[in-house]
Design a protein around this ligand. Structure first.
Ligand code: NAI
Length: 455
């Protein structure tokens, strides 16, 4: 039986990063993947959706090219080619992941791993032993158990990413991150989009100012959004029937996308048999990412913490160190979250509502994108930065940005929070001009009412 120090089961952004770090720390490491390296993020999530969205964004910019003094005629897109380019990006990155694993001398096994003991597992007929096992098996899209959910044309995010033809109309069940990104994609490509969300707000969990502004922007662009709506049935057509404000309404779509969250992929890998503590399918871990069996760790979507690729990777690093004898604690208070709408959205730390719910004495600074030169150059006027601080200490509690490059800029606030910089230090940091990042500095000045570029 082949023996390893560390075995990582699952090759997504949690697992492969974990395996590389484990190897860097001197462990003889093996990684097992039943499908494709890169997991959901690379093959069916973050990367392919952003590749599609980038094509849509360029298409939209070209439609407005004349406003920039550029003439372009017959602007059109070929969705098959858009989808092919997306696949090229994905396969290049996937090869990169395998190359990195090999470069770090991680042994790669392809196949489904099933635990057979606390330190043993099977991949096909091969039995493997490892002193430490790290579970990183990820998640799959959830479904709404309603009548008609099995009709042709009803699909989840995996189905949308496999399309090579652009649907003329789309009904999206679920106004979370995935739902809103797909709504942005098809709307930007000029297609009819309806979003049906059961909660009072789209993008639940984001700061309310962002939810409300983005809802208004999406509606202005022609997307029909129904919140507080309960989906009843999907009829042929496809006709999605839902209850809204006491009435029964319906929306027609060539396809219907279910974007209602993701379930952990923890079945049939021997977890129950080993007695690993689970809760609704999620593996229970302590702050060191250990399960109740001390040499078995879990990271990523299966832990039911925050289902984001960068959280999985961060957990992977912590687990790799702990599997090598350290006691690193996994923290979740400074986790940036990004939504690739147009304009982009990004957030870190507490929302205003969360800070108020905690009874904190807060001060808030904001600055609108329409007062920012670089944004004007880029023809964007929607959006703002909002920073929430502790009124007494100046601690930065949260930052929320809607605007161009928001997803890149949020890292600045995350670093400031991690370094425990005060809002004064953030405001005193000279920001380059002209850049969109100035909206963060202006919002920081605004906390004390000292923003020079605000009337
Ligand atoms: P989500 O949990 O963000 O949103 C699902 C939405 O569906 C919720 O608003 C929920 O209220 C709604 N819903 C559930 N059942 C419903 C029903 N029967 N009728 C109408 N609405 C219903 O989950 P989502 O968007 O599927 O994303 C899954 C995970 O992937 C999330 O954790 C998300 O953070 C992550 N993700 C992150 C991305 C990013 O960082 N840019 C992109 C895509 C996904």
């Amino acid at each position: 039986m082949e023996k390893f120090d560390v075995a990582v089961i699952g090759g997504g952004p949690g697992g492969y990063v974990c395996a590389i770090r484990a190897a860097q720390l001197g462990n003889k490491t093996v990684i097992v993947e039943k499908d494709k390296f890169g997991g959901t993020c690379l093959n069916r999530g973050c990367i392919p959706t952003k590749a599609l969205l980038h094509s849509a964004e360029v298409f939209e910019e070209m439609l407005h090219a004349t406003e920039l003094g550029i003439s372009a005629e017959n602007i059109a897109f070929d969705y098959k080619k858009i989808a092919e380019r997306k696949e090229k990006v994905v396969s290049r990155l996937r090869n990169g992941v395998q190359g990195l694993l090999r470069a770090h001398k991680v042994t790669i096994k392809n196949g489904k791993a099933t635990l057979t003991g606390k330190t043993t597992f099977k991949v096909g007929d091969e039995e493997i032993e490892a002193s430490k096992i790290i579970l990183a098996t990820g998640s799959f899209p959830a479904n709404v158990p309603i009548k008609g959910a099995d009709k042709p044309g009803v699909m989840n995010s995996d189905g949308v990413l496999a399309l090579d033809k652009c649907p003329e109309s789309v009904v999206i069940i679920g106004g979370g991150v995935i739902g809103i990104e797909f709504a942005t994609l098809f709307n930007t490509l000029g297609k009819k989009v309806t979003v049906v969300e059961m909660l009072p707000n789209i993008m639940n969990g984001m700061d309310l100012d962002i939810c409300n502004s983005m809802k208004a922007i999406l509606q202005k662009r022609g997307i029909d959004i129904y919140t507080n709506a309960k989906v009843v049935e999907i009829k042929d057509g496809l006709e999605v029937v839902f209850e809204y404000e006491g009435k029964q309404l319906s929306a027609m779509g060539e396809i219907c996308v279910m974007a209602v969250g993701r379930r952990p992929d923890t079945k049939d890998i021997g977890l129950e048999e080993l007695g690993i503590n689970m809760n609704r399918g999620f593996v229970q871990v302590d702050e060191y990412l250990r399960t109740n069996i001390p040499n078995i760790y879990a990271i990523g979507d299966i832990t039911g913490k925050i289902q984001l690729a960068h959280v999985a990777s961060a957990q992977g690093l912590v687990a790799a160190h702990n599997a090598t004898g350290e006691n690193k604690v996994m923290h979740y208070n400074i986790v940036p979250a990004c939504i690739y709408t147009n304009p982009e959205i990004a957030s870190v730390g507490l929302t205003e509502a969360q800070a108020r719910d905690k009874g904190l004495d807060i001060k808030i600074g904001t600055f609108n994108v329409n007062g920012n030169g670089r944004s004007m150059v880029m023809q964007v006027s929607d959006g703002f930065a909002k920073i929430i601080t502790d009124a007494k200490t100046g601690e930065i509690l949260g930052g929320h940005i809607m605007g161009p490059r928001a997803t890149d800029m949020i890292a600045e606030i995350a670093v400031a929070m991690k370094a425990e910089a005060t809002i004064e230090e953030l405001a005193d940091t000279i920001h380059p001009h002209p850049t969109v990042s100035e909206i963060i500095m202006e919002a920081a000045h605004d906390v004390e009412g000292l923003c020079c570029h605000k009337a």
